[in-house]
Structures are given as structure tokens and as C-alpha cells.
Design a protein around this ligand. Structure first.
Ligand code: ATP
Ligand code: MG
Length: 555
């Protein structure tokens, strides 16, 4: 964590608390995902924040699965969440599940009933909604509000025992139906759901609501700083009310602004739709804003952490330019990715004065940014693949690549001079011809020539083939969730483009899924999880420069 920057508002709060000796100077945070989907880059902000604060103040951070809704939750999600947090580089001090506290929460509910602060309501969801009132009008009391404590205890026990159907009864806190904060107007604490839970099985058919589970879980774990996103700000009085009435550990809630990114959507519900309706191949599709998608695409954990650190935290909602994230990715990959040559749109280059059957083996540095990255062998021969765009029959102005009469350097090899091309009957260029200057060999160049262009190439007899998947933004508009109509109307139909057979250096034959490289002049690429030794598959992680105009400045 950089020490130059000023404290953010949460760090200020924590430092004050420590100075005042609150909680004995202890800092304990938690990251509380609901296991109803895969984590996305928004969650990464929350993870970096919670784990980062714990680390900075020698505290602890729990991973707590907020699994109080049996319908949408699944162990597949639990596993992916654990995996993603570890990959991001964080280790939790404890792993808990809100469902582990169901017995304790039930007892808390009994306590509130016994104190006359909760009651069983037979009203339907519609009736409850109709009596809520509005911001300008008070609500009205439920006809069941004044049931006796004994009756409430009996009915609540019967709810738990499965005597009633879903929706037939609820448990509500008895607060104030005229409270200016609508959430304080006798909020629901429990609802009946005859559903199988991924951990508690069929033990329960009543489940606590978020508001009655979250604060109580925080309190049970003695969380000191419970950090959530801004939409919960109005829940804070209720959070405090339950804790105060129960007289349990006084966890405190703090809110920060949700982080959104341009050209994508962030809610798990929407991401689930993209998956279910097959707009993407799965939660880890490299175009998804999920941590697993970004990992598969080739983004590094360091880059994601750097991004979260750079954007920091805010008190007001905003949308961050995705270019900022890509900037962090490029910056890190520039340091760690080996440079290799791959020809994506090939045309044959014949070096006519290079003897047939001869070959050179060049030794090249893997990464000029990293002396420890080592070297590799690159074979050279009479025929090499080059990019089609690196040849022009008639050179345009300032075109310094191959054109009849032009000289260029073949990267790591020789300077060649273009002599012309061969076409088929339809006029398509099938071969480009050139001669090479033997004395211009890279590393021992005595030609005395300087050329303006350097191009990459792959020796044809030595080349391996690979599939390359090129990605672009998943949506055509900056903020698809806030456009008129359905967000899916704004999906970019060209977000993936597959090149079935590109040519790569033979040194790449042994790459493994997850390996990251720079294809010189073409961008950063990562070996996909679909890749096998017989069929290599690369994802384009990022272009070398931001192709989307806007220059992104840091800070
Ligand atoms: P979603 O709307 O994507 O389903 P959620 O808030 O329901 O998100 P949770 O699993 O409940 O997802 O979130 C776990 C934690 O991550 C919460 O503390 C939540 O506030 C935080 N979080 C979720 N989305 C973002 C975001 N876009 N920016 C910052 N924090 C987020
Ligand atoms: Mg949630």
C-alpha cells in the first residue's frame, strides 16, 4: 500500500477509533458475499478494501458467506468465491457462513419477541406493502401487531416447525409505523420458505431477512468495522436498532460507493442472464467483468489490485473508465510478459538469396524489461510468415515496412530489401519476395545501415499453429444498465473474433494454460484453459495501446 497518498475516509475513521482505544484498538473487517454468482471486479474493490484495511492496521478479515437465501445459492458459487479471493492474493482469518448462525439468530428473534419487540403477522406481502405508507404519509399498524408475547412465541415456533405455507406468516420487528425511515416501519425479520438450503439442508423452513442476519452475524463475529455499499445507508438505523435491543457486540456499519465500470454490467443478476441466455460461454468467459473471466483473459491479480488501489474509494456513486483497468493490466504485463513473435494474418515472405535448406538459430532475450526472463532460440529459414499488412505493393507515404525497394529489419534476424511479389490469377498476393544482407545479422551487424521499420516473422518450416481469440468490449455503450430498454439490446455483436490458425514461434509449443506473452506489435495474449498441446488457444488480453481513443491518465 502506498504511503504517499492521503488517508481515505475509512482509514480516518479507523485511525480515530484506534486513537480513542475503541474495541481495544482492534480492527476486524469481513467480506460478506452472497454465494449466488461469481465475483466481479466490483467485489474486488470490496475485497481489496476489507482485506487491505485489516492488513494495514494489523487486524483480521473474515470471509463470511451471506447465505440466508436458499433459493439462489449454490456450492459452485462458494467454491468459485474462495478460489477468486485466494487468486487475488488474500487470505482470510476465518471462514464463516451466516447459515451457521441460524440457531443463534432464532434465539435472538425469541429475545425480541419476549421483549415485546417482534410479532408474527398473518398479513400477505401485498397487505404489508399497502400499509407501509410513503415518505410523506405514515404507515398503518397491522391488525396482528398487538398479539400477546405468548401467542407470538407459539406462532413463531409453529412457523419454524413447518405448520404454515410460504407467505402465510412473517415475523416483524415492532418499531414504529410512522417512522420517517420506511425501513423502520416494522421490517420483516423472518419469512417462510420451504426450500432446501445448500448447507443446512431441510432443517429450516424459515429464513432470516438480510437486515436481521447481517448485523447479527457481524456482531457474533465481533466485527469492528462493517463496510458495505451505499445503498445500505438507510439500513444503518435498523442495523443499530437490532444490535442495541439485543445488547450484543456493537459492530458499526460504514458505507462506500459501489464501483461501476464502463462498457459492462456489474450486477450478478444481469451477469447470470448473460450466462443463462448464452450471450457468453460462462461466468469465466474472458469478456465477463468477473474475476474468473479476467483471470482467464490474462489479467493479473497484481493489475486488479493496482486498479482497485488507484481508483480508491468514494462516497458517491460513479462509473470508472474501463480504460483505467486496461492501463493497469498493460503496465503489469509489460513488466512480466515474454516477447514472442506470432503472425496473425499471414503472407509468405521468400528470401530469394538465402540458400534453400539452410537455417539460422537466433538467440533472443525473452523480455527486455526483465533481465531474469532468460533467452530463447528462434529458427530462421528461407521462407517466413509475415503480416499481410506489413507489405504494400505501392508504398503509401511514410510507410516504412515492406514495399518494392524498401528495406526493413526482420526482428532479431537480418535486414531485407523487398524486390516484389507474386499474385494468383485473382490478383491476390501469395508471396512477397526480398533479398537479405548477410552482414546485417542482429547482434553482429556490420552493414552500417539503419532502417526505419522492424517487422516480426515466423519461420515457415518451424512454425506452430494456434487459435487466437480476439476480444472487444462486451457492450457498445458506456453504461448499458442505465440505457433505455433491455441492457442486452446493447451487447456488442463483434465482441469476439476467432482466428482459427495463426503462426507462432516453435518456442511457444510448450506453453500452458494461464501463460502470458506479448505477441510483438500485436498485443498481450494468454493461453486459454481450452488449450491443449495439440490445439493451442490464445486469448487476446489487451492491445498494446488503448484502441479506444481516450488517453487514460493515472491518479
Ligand atoms: P450484485 O449486485 O452484483 O449482486 P451484491 O452487493 O448483491 O452485488 P454481494 O455478494 O452481496 O453482492 O456483495 C458482497 C460485498 O461486495 C458486499 O459488501 C457488497 O457491498 C460488495 N460489492 C458488491 N458489488 C460491488 C461494487 N460494484 N463495488 C463495490 N463493492 C461491491
Ligand atoms: Mg447482495
Amino acid at each position: 500500500m502506498s504511503e504517499e497518498r492521503s488517508l481515505n475516509f475509512l482509514e480516518e475513521i479507523i485511525e480515530n477509533d484506534i486513537a480513542e482505544g475503541k474495541n481495544g484498538g482492534r480492527v476486524h473487517t469481513r467480506f460478506p458475499p452472497e454465494p449466488n454468482g461469481y465475483l466481479h471486479i466490483g467485489h474486488a474493490t470490496s475485497i481489496c478494501l476489507n482485506f487491505g484495511l485489516a492488513k494495514r492496521y494489523n487486524g483480521k478479515c473474515n470471509l463470511r458467506f451471506d447465505d440466508t437465501n436458499p433459493v439462489t445459492e449454490d456450492t459452485e458459487y462458494v467454491d468459485s468465491i474462495r478460489n477468486d479471493i485466494k487468486w487475488l492474493g488474500f487470505t482470510w482469518d476465518n471462514e464463516f457462513y451466516a447459515s451457521d448462525y441460524f440457531d443463534q439468530m432464532y434465539d435472538f428473534a425469541l429475545t425480541l419477541i419476549e421483549k415485546g419487540l417482534a410479532y408474527v403477522d398473518d398479513s400477505t406481502a401485498e397487505e404489508i406493502a399497502a400499509t407501509k405508507g410513503s415518505t410523506i404519509a405514515p404507515g398503518t399498524d397491522s391488525p396482528y401487531r398487538n398479539r400477546s408475547i405468548e401467542e407470538n412465541l407459539r406462532l413463531f415456533g409453529e412457523m419454524r416447525d413447518g405448520k404454515y405455507k410460504d407467505g402465510e406468516k412473517t415475523l416483524r420487528a415492532k418499531i414504529d409505523m410512522a417512522h420517517p425511515n420506511l425501513l423502520m416501519r416494522d421490517p420483516l425479520m423472518y419469512r417462510i420458505k420451504h426450500e432446501h438450503h445448500h448447507r443446512t439442508g431441510d432443517k429450516w423452513c424459515i429464513y432470516p431477512m438480510y437486515d436481521f442476519a447481517h448485523g447479527q452475524s457481524d456482531s457474533i463475529e465481533e466485527i469492528t468495522h462493517s463496510i458495505c455499499t451505499l445503498e445500505f445507508i438507510h439500513h444503518r438505523p435498523l442495523y443499530n436498532w437490532f444490535i442495541e435491543q439485543l445488547g450484543i457486540f456493537p459492530s458499526q456499519q460504514y458505507e462506500f460507493a459501489r464501483r461501476n465500470l464502463t462498457y459492462t454490467v456489474m450486477s450478478k443478476r444481469k451477469l447470470l442472464q448473460l450466462v443463462n441466455e448464452k450471450h457468453v460461454s460462462g461466468w469465466d468467459d474472458p469478456r465477463m467483468p468477473t474475476i474468473s473471466g479476467m483471470r482467464r483473459r490474462g489479467y493479473t491479480a497484481e493489475a486488479l489490485r493496482q486498479f482497485c488501489d488507484t481508483i480508491g474509494i468514494a462516497k458517491r456513486e460513479n462509473i470508472v473508465d474501463i480504460g483505467m483497468l486496461e492501463f493497469c493490466v498493460r503496465e503489469h504485463l509489460n513488466k512480466i510478459a515474454n516477447r514472442v513473435m506470432a503472425v496473425l494474418d499471414p503472407v509468405k515472405l521468400v528470401i530469394t538469396n538465402y540458400p534453400e535448406g539452410q537455417e539460422d538459430i537466433f538467440i533472443a532475450d525473452n523480455n527486455p524489461e526483465d533481465a531474469t526472463a532468460g533467452t530463447r532460440e528462434i529458427p530462421f529459414s528461407r521462407e517466413v510468415w509475415i503480416e499481410r499488412e506489413d507489405f504494400m505493393e505501392v508504398a503509401a507515404k511514410k510507410y516504412f515496412r515492406l514495399a518494392p525497394g524498401n528495406k526493413v529489419r526482420l526482428k532479431n534476424a537480418y535486414i531485407v530489401e523487398c524486390t516484389g511479389c507474386v499474385k494468383d490469377d485473382a490478383g491476390n498476393i501469395t508471396e512477397v519476395h526480398c533479398t537479405y544482407l548477410p552482414e546485417s545479422k542482429s547482434g553482429s551487424d556490420t552493414s552500417g545501415l539503419t532502417v526505419k521499420g522492424t517487422i516480426h516473422w515466423v519461420s515457415i518450416p518451424h512454425a506452430k499453429t494456434a487459435e487466437v481469440r480476439m476480444y472487444d468490449r462486451l457492450f457498445k455503450v458506456e453504461d448499458p444498465a442505465n440505457e433505455a430498454g433491455d441492457f442486452k439490446d446493447h451487447i456488442n455483436p463483434d465482441s469476439m473474433h476467432i482466428l482459427p490458425a495463426v503462426y507462432i514461434e516453435p518456442a511457444l509449443a510448450t506453453t500452458q494454460p494461464g501463460d502470458r506473452v506479448q505477441f510483438m506489435r500485436k498485443g498481450y495474449f494468454c493461453v486459454d484453459t481450452d488449450s491443449t498441446t495439440d490445439h493451442l488457444v490464445f486469448n487476446r488480453t489487451a492491445t498494446l495501446k488503448d484502441a479506444w481513443a481516450k488517453e487514460v491518465k493515472r491518479g
